[in-house]
Design a protein around this ligand. Structure first.
Ligand code: CA
Ligand code: CA
Ligand code: CA
Ligand code: CA
Length: 288
């Protein structure tokens, strides 16, 4: 079976049981066995990094899931350290599903400004190849869209598409207006506000337009996620993290847009802060 499932865990974990309270960087790849157990890949060739995000997707459409990882390289407490953004090609069944690093995939050499490494993947232009959007710091806070160039291993930064800059948050592809084209939502510490949030609608010509409703807000050092919370067929936003003066925020915004509804002012309906903050903060990352 060609599509044998491979699972990956990439984490920064404290070194438990060590002599001192030393943080150890760890990146591991595990392979699922036919009996449901997992085997550690002892030579996965993955770079050591911390606070790493990992996404599996098939960038070259050969039926084998490839791997994109983003994390902080080197010593985790060195300010300004370079981020790792690395793409690995799955070599397939004939090579026991090993991964090979793709040379120069085209991603910016991001720098550190916090521990968050948001990545999302999706085919935003309907050309059959999965594209990438990244939030991080490179000559300022940024959200960058990369076009998958025909599965070649090269991703082309779409410099004509400018998003509001943000870091320390999350970014997601998702079809917010149910027109069949992926839109982009992100929240984090933006150039405008600590509770920055943006929704960009896909204009179906390779560009995205800022159509952020005025009544929604995000958070930094947290995460916002798209999911159809109320089952009405539209993606809603659930957002957690910190706001001004380090106030913890957890908010749910129902998407009430109709497929052809244009009145942006009524795009979202906030239900305000909610009480399941502890659970959400666990999934968001930090617990204070
Ligand atoms: Ca592949
Ligand atoms: Ca594409
Ligand atoms: Ca859409
Ligand atoms: Ca919904």
């Amino acid at each position: 079976m060609k599509k044998r499932l491979i699972a990956c865990l990439l984490m920064a974990l404290p070194c438990i049981g060590g002599i001192a309270h030393v943080w150890d960087e760890l990146a591991i790849l595990v392979r699922r066995n036919s009996d449901g157990t997992f085997t550690l890949e002892k030579e996965s060739y993955l770079p050591i990094s911390t606070y790493t995000n990992a996404v599996f997707f098939d960038f070259n459409n050969d039926g084998n899931l490839d791997l994109l990882i983003m994390g902080q390289g080197g010593d985790w407490n060195v300010s300004g350290d370079v981020k790792i953004v690395a793409l690995y090609r799955n070599l397939g069944e004939e090579n026991d599903y090993r991964f090979e690093k793709v040379a120069n995939p085209g991603f910016f050499p991001y720098k550190d400004e916090g521990f968050y490494n948001p990545i999302s993947v999706g085919d935003y232009n309907h050309d059959g190849y999965t594209d990438v959007v990244v939030m991080n710091y490179h000559e300022g806070r940024r959200v960058d869209l990369y076009l998958n160039y025909r599965g070649s291993g090269t991703f082309i930064h779409q410099e004509q598409q400018v998003f509001e800059g943000a870091t320390n948050g999350s970014v997601m592809f998702g079809d917010l207006n149910n027109d069949g084209w992926l839109d982009i939502e992100f929240s984090g510490y933006s150039d405008r506000a600590s509770t920055g949030i943006k929704t960009y609608i896909n204009k179906r010509d390779g560009s995205f337009a800022d159509e952020t409703p005025a009544n929604i807000y995000g958070a930094f050092q947290g995460q916002s996620t798209l999911a159809d919370i109320n089952g009405d067929g539209t993606l809603d936003i659930i957002s957690t993290g910190n706001g001004d003066n380090w106030v913890c925020l957890a908010s749910l915004f129902y998407n009430t847009v109709g497929m052809f509804r244009k009145k942006k002012a009524t795009f979202w309906e906030s239900v305000g802060p909610i009480r399941w903050l502890p659970t959400l903060m666990v999934t968001a990352g930090w617990i204070w």
